[in-house]
Design a binder for this molecule. Structure first.
Ligand code: FE
Ligand code: FE
Ligand code: ZN
Length: 276
C-alpha cells in the first residue's frame, strides 16, 4: 500500500497531526519542528507523544518526517546565522529522540556568494558537530532547485556532504520532485535515467523519502514554485510514474502542494487511485 501524506501544522501537537492525517486518508505526514521562520520550539509534551504513538499504531501511520525550519542555514556567510543553525539542529535532534526512528529533513542551505565548496564544508562541519552515535534519527539532505546560491541542486553536492560527514550512516536524502525538475533533472521524460544517475552518484539506498510536488515552472528553471498535482509542468502522469517506480514505490511520499486540507485529501485519493 502506498505510504502518502502531506505537510501538516504541528501547532496542536503530535496526536492532532495523527488525527488530521487519518481524516484526509493519509498514512504518514510531515511537520515543521518549529515555526518555519525559526524561533523557539514548544517543549515536548510527553503525554501527547505517547498518545500519538498509540494512535499511530492503531491507525497504521508510519514513517513520519520532521522538517527543519527554512531559516536554518548552516552555510551562511554570517557566523551568527551558522551558529543559530547548529543550535537549532542540535535542539531538534534532541527533541526527535522522543519519536525514535523518525527522519529529519533539512535544506542544505545557501552559500550566499562564498561558493559551493565553502558551503559544503560549513554544512559538513555542522553535521560533524551535531551528530552523535547515540542518535536514533536519520538526517536527510533535501535535493534543491538550485535557486540563487542554494547548495544541493546537484546530486554530486549532496554526495560530497555525505562523504565529509563522519557519521554518514545517519545520513540520507529526500528527493523533492519539484526541486529536481527545476534543477534540470528530467523526471518527466527520463525518470529511469535520473534515478540511475542518483544511484551512481549518491546510491539509492540513501533515498529515504520523496516530496511529491508539481512545479509551476519548466525543466531547469531553478525557481522552486510548487504546483498542485497535475496543474504544473511535471503533470499527473509523470508523478504517477514516480509513485509506481520500482525503485521508489516502497518509500513514503509527502505532498507539499499549495493546498488546504480538502485539497490534500483529493490529491491523496488521486494518487491512491493510480497506485499499482
Ligand atoms: Fe523542504
Ligand atoms: Fe520539499
Ligand atoms: Zn520547494
Amino acid at each position: 500500500m502506498l505510504t502518502i501524506g502531506c505537510h501538516l501544522s504541528s501547532s496542536k501537537g503530535y496526536l492532532a497531526m495523527g488525527q488530521t492525517a487519518v481524516s484526509i486518508g493519509a498514512n504518514t505526514f510531515q511537520f515543521f519542528t518549529r515555526n518555519p521562520r525559526g524561533g523557539n520550539a514548544k517543549a515536548i509534551d510527553e503525554d501527547d507523544v505517547k498518545d500519538y504513538l498509540a494512535y499511530a499504531r492503531e491507525h497504521g501511520i508510519s514513517r513520519i518526517l520532521a522538517h527543519a525550519p527554512y531559516t536554518l542555514n548552516g552555510c551562511s556567510a554570517g557566523e551568527a546565522v551558522r551558529d543559530f543553525a547548529f543550535r537549532t539542529m542540535k535542539d531538534d535532534l534532541n527533541r526527535l529522540e522522543y519519536t525514535p526512528g523518525i527522519c529529519y529533513n533539512f535544506h542544505p542551505g545557501s552559500h550566499v556568494g562564498q561558493g559551493i565548496e565553502t558551503g559544503i564544508s560549513h554544512i559538513s562541519r555542522m553535521l560533524n558537530t551535531v551528530l552523535t552515535p547515540e542518535l536514533h534519527t536519520t538526517v536527510l539532505l533535501e535535493t534543491m532547485a538550485g535557486k540563487g546560491s542554494e547548495v544541493g541542486g546537484r546530486f554530486e553536492e549532496l554526495r560530497e556532504i555525505i562523504d565529509r560527514t563522519e557519521l554518514s550512516g545517519k545520513m540520507g536524502v529526500c528527493l523533492d520532485t519539484c526541486h529536481v525538475w527545476d534543477g534540470g533533472y528530467d523526471i518527466v521524460n527520463h525518470l529511469d535515467e535520473v534515478l540511475a544517475e542518483f544511484d551512481r552518484v549518491i546510491g539509492l539506498d540513501r533515498l529515504k523519502a520523496v516530496h511529491l510536488n508539481d512545479s509551476k515552472n519548466p525543466l531547469g528553471a531553478r525557481k522552486d514554485r510548487h504546483a498542485k498535482i497535475g496543474e504544473g509542468q511535471i503533470g499527473l502522469e509523470a508523478l504517477v510514474r514516480v509513485v509506481n517506480h520500482p525503485a521508489l514505490k516502497h518509500l513514503p511520499f509527502y505532498l507539499e502542494t499549495p493546498n488546504e486540507l480538502d485539497g490534500y485529501a483529493k490529491e491523496i485519493a488521486l494518487m491512491r487511485e493510480h497506485a499499482e
